[in-house]
Write a protein that binds this ligand. Sequence first.
Ligand SMILES: Nc1ncnc2c1ncn2[C@@H]1O[C@H](COP(=O)(O)OP(=O)(O)O)[C@@H](O)[C@H]1O
Ligand SMILES: [Mg+2]
Length: 388
Amino acid sequence: MSDEAANAILEPAATRVRDPLTGRSLWLAGMIRDAEMTDDRIAFTLQTTRQHSQEQRDRLKDALVRNIERVGWKGEVVCNLSVSGGAAAPPAHDHSHGHSHSHNHGPAAKAKAAPAPVKGMEGGGMQPHGGPIQKQRLPGVKHILAVASGKGGVGKSTVAVNLAIALRRLGLDVGIMDADIYGPSIPMMLGVKGKPFANDDKKIIPLESYGVKLMSIGFLVDDKEPVIWRGPMVMGVVRQFLQDVYWNPLDVLVIDLPPGTGDAQLTLIQAVDLSGSVIVTTPQDVAVLDAVRGIEMFRKLDVPVFGIVENMSWFKLPDGSKVHPFGEGGGARTASQYDVPLLAQVPLDPDVREGGDSGRPIAYEDHDVADIFDELAASVATRLGLGA
Ligand SMILES: Nc1ncnc2c1ncn2[C@@H]1O[C@H](COP(=O)(O)OP(=O)(O)O)[C@@H](O)[C@H]1O
Ligand SMILES: [Mg+2]
């Protein structure tokens, strides 16, 4: 019997059970593996880590079996427990990409080698730094893409997250780095709780959600602490992301930059070898003015500007007509003035906000706005030379 049949039972059941360590469902955390099903028997592996206590494992198994029965399965249930985390390196990545095209995603995450919580992540790299900045390439990462905006609140993080998911849907290996020192929000938008772990080589294993690997500057700082970030400190954090995080392998690492065009942004942009950038703006003139500064900043630093994403472009009334609460045409005007493409226009839609708040990004859903992000992802992939 097909995997789909097994997934039809396992997905609803495993979605209802949360991993106590990460707060994510067993399904999205990718903890259900190797499902096999016959008419009267369903077998699978529950993949836990060394961080789980035996009691937690038993409880997860019980809850899972109960939920499988609750969703209507009458046959035998065989749940094999497995414990990962003994390996020095993270598990090999599955490069068979057959899984990513459909909307019907399987468990998103791969196993994480997670032997020890990250201690002292603020060490080493965070020292103020005065020397010349060396552009870093990340081993195993083909492309780094910056998502930037002239100011906050225009939907930069929303675009970054949904673009990352849409790129993943194209079958690419995707990571996202939340570098917004002023308001890291990507973990919430991806429904991720908890912190990453380091493996035996002291490499930080990114968290993963919807098949997208994730690191956030929020993991490195206490959110109650006032953060007085200056360029040099940002540099340290960036270096940590670059050197200590095991991204490998990735086709694209999306970076959600802090809004604006100040020192922190410059430092970040100069620190990494960017393949390109996407500028997010809302349609009104003030936002567009800020976007222009962004374009100029990237141009000065020789980073290709792939184009503009205009967010909150219109709002659809119940009768289907469109209104333009933030004005009209700002993205298109700037695009033509600066000779960059207008890559996408994303409507103002309550479902988008709701998706961000609930950790279920709209690009993951069957939704008109998801189609817009699919198109955006395709054109970004083409510009990265990753197009189909
Ligand atoms: N197209 C959209 N429709 C509805 N709400 C949106 C849209 N884009 C962003 N939002 C909401 O606006 C708020 C700010 O978006 P966010 O992505 O956090 O902005 P930024 O990262 O630029 O500060 C969030 O609550 C988000 O859910
Ligand atoms: Mg943001």
